[in-house]
Design a binder for this molecule. Structure first.
Ligand SMILES: C[S@@+](CC[C@H](N)C(=O)[O-])C[C@H]1O[C@@H](n2cnc3c(N)ncnc32)[C@H](O)[C@@H]1O
Length: 299
C-alpha cells in the first residue's frame, strides 16, 4: 500500500529542480504532511492505480511553472492580467485536460510549499478538531475534494458536502471519495459558490470551508455574507485566500490580509485566528506572494 513517499519519489524522478524543496518541507513537517499525504496516497492508488503518482508529479511541475510565469508577468505589468471569465471557465474549469493535473497540484502544495504548512496545521488543529459533535460541514470550491475527505477521516462523527463549479474537479473528488470509503458521509456536487442561497437553509452548517476560492471570484465580497448566512450559531469557518499571487485563474487581486478580513467582518464574522506566510521572492520584487488562512466565527 502506498504512502506519502510515493509522491516524493515520483517528483524526484520528474523534477530535480522542484523536488529538493518539497522533500525538505515534508521532512521538516513529517507528521502533519503525512496526515495529508498518507491517506491521499491510498485513495489515489485505489482510484487511479500506480500512475496516480506520476500524474500528480507532472501536474505539480506544470502548476509550479505556470505560477512562476504568471508571477513574472505580474511583476512587469504591476497588476493581475487574467483572461476573461468565459475564457477561464472554458480553458480551466470545464477542461478536464487542464483541471486534472491542476487538482493534483492544488492539494500537493499544502505539503510541499512552506507557505501552506500553517494552513494545514490550522485546518487540522483549529478547525476540524474544534468542530461541534456531529457537525454538518459545507466545503465551497472543494476541487479535488481532499480537504472534505480528510475532514471525514479525522472526524468520524461529521457529514460533509463539497461543491465546486468545475465538473472535472468534482469527478476527481467523486473518484477519490469512492476509494476512501467515506461516501456514506461525504458527497460532492457541481455548484457555483455564489449561487447557493436559494437551495440552502440559513444556518444549516456548523462548519464551512472556503479554501483558496475568493481570489477566483471577479467580485468576492458576496462570498462572505453567503458564508455568514449558512453558518449555524457557534459554528466555525476555515477561510483561506491568496494575496499578490498571480495565477491563470486568479482574477481578484488581494494585496493585504486586512482586505478579506474586512470583507468577513463587514458580513458579521470575526477572526479568532489568522496565519499568513510568504513565498520566497527575488530581492527586487514589487509583490510578495503569500496566502492567509483564518478561523472565522459569527460575531
Ligand atoms: C485553487 S483551487 C482550490 C481547491 C481547494 N479548495 C484547495 O484548497 O485545494 C480553486 C477551486 O475553485 C473552484 N472555483 C472557482 N470559482 C468557483 C465558484 N464560483 N464556485 C465554486 N467553485 C469555484 C475551481 O473550480 C477550483 O477547484
Amino acid at each position: 500500500m502506498k504512502n506519502a513517499e510515493a509522491f516524493l519519489v515520483a517528483l524526484e524522478r520528474r523534477s530535480k529542480l522542484l523536488a529538493p524543496r518539497a522533500i525538505a518541507t515534508f521532512a521538516a513537517n513529517r507528521e502533519l504532511c503525512s496526515w495529508l499525504l498518507d491517506p491521499l496516497a491510498r485513495w489515489a492508488e485505489a482510484a487511479y492505480g500506480e500512475k496516480a503518482f506520476e500524474d500528480a508529479a507532472l501536474g505539480y511541475v506544470k502548476y509550479c511553472l505556470g505560477v512562476a510565469q504568471a508571477q513574472a508577468i505580474y511583476e512587469r505589468a504591476g497588476r493581475y492580467t487574467p483572461e476573461s471569465m468565459p475564457e477561464i471557465t472554458s480553458g480551466v474549469y470545464e477542461d478536464a485536460g487542464y483541471m486534472i493535473p491542476y487538482m493534483w497540484a492544488a492539494i500537493l502544495i499544502y505539503a510541499f510549499w512552506p507557505s501552506m504548512i500553517s494552513h494545514l496545521a490550522l485546518f487540522r488543529h483549529e478547525f476540524l478538531r474544534q468542530l461541534p459533535a456531529d457537525a454538518a460541514v459545507l466545503e465551497l470550491a472543494c476541487g479535488h475534494g481532499v480537504l472534505s475527505l480528510l475532514a471525514a477521516e479525522e472526524r468520524p462523527d461529521i457529514r460533509v458536502t463539497g461543491l465546486d463549479i468545475s465538473a472535472p474537479g468534482v469527478a476527481v473528488a467523486n473518484r477519490l471519495c469512492t476509494a476512501s470509503g467515506h461516501s456514506g458521509r461525504v458527497r460532492f456536487g457541481v455548484a457555483d459558490a455564489l449561487q447557493l442561497d436559494k437551495a440552502q437553509q440559513p444556518g444549516a452548517y456548523q462548519g464551512i470551508i472556503s479554501a483558496m476560492l475568493a481570489e477566483h471570484l471577479p467580485t468576492p465580497a458576496p462570498l462572505f455574507p453567503a458564508i455568514a448566512r449558512q453558518l449555524a450559531p457557534g459554528g466555525l469557518v476555515f477561510f483561506s485566500v491568496a494575496l499578490e499571487s498571480a495565477q491563470r485563474d486568479h482574477v481578484f487581486e488581494f494585496h493585504t490580509e486586512s482586505e478579506p478580513l474586512r470583507m468577513a467582518e463587514e458580513s458579521g464574522l470575526r477572526a479568532s485566528r489568522l496565519v499568513s506566510d510568504a513565498s520566497a521572492v527575488a530581492a527586487k520584487s514589487k509583490f510578495l506572494p503569500r496566502s492567509t488562512a483564518m478561523i472565522l466565527r459569527a460575531r
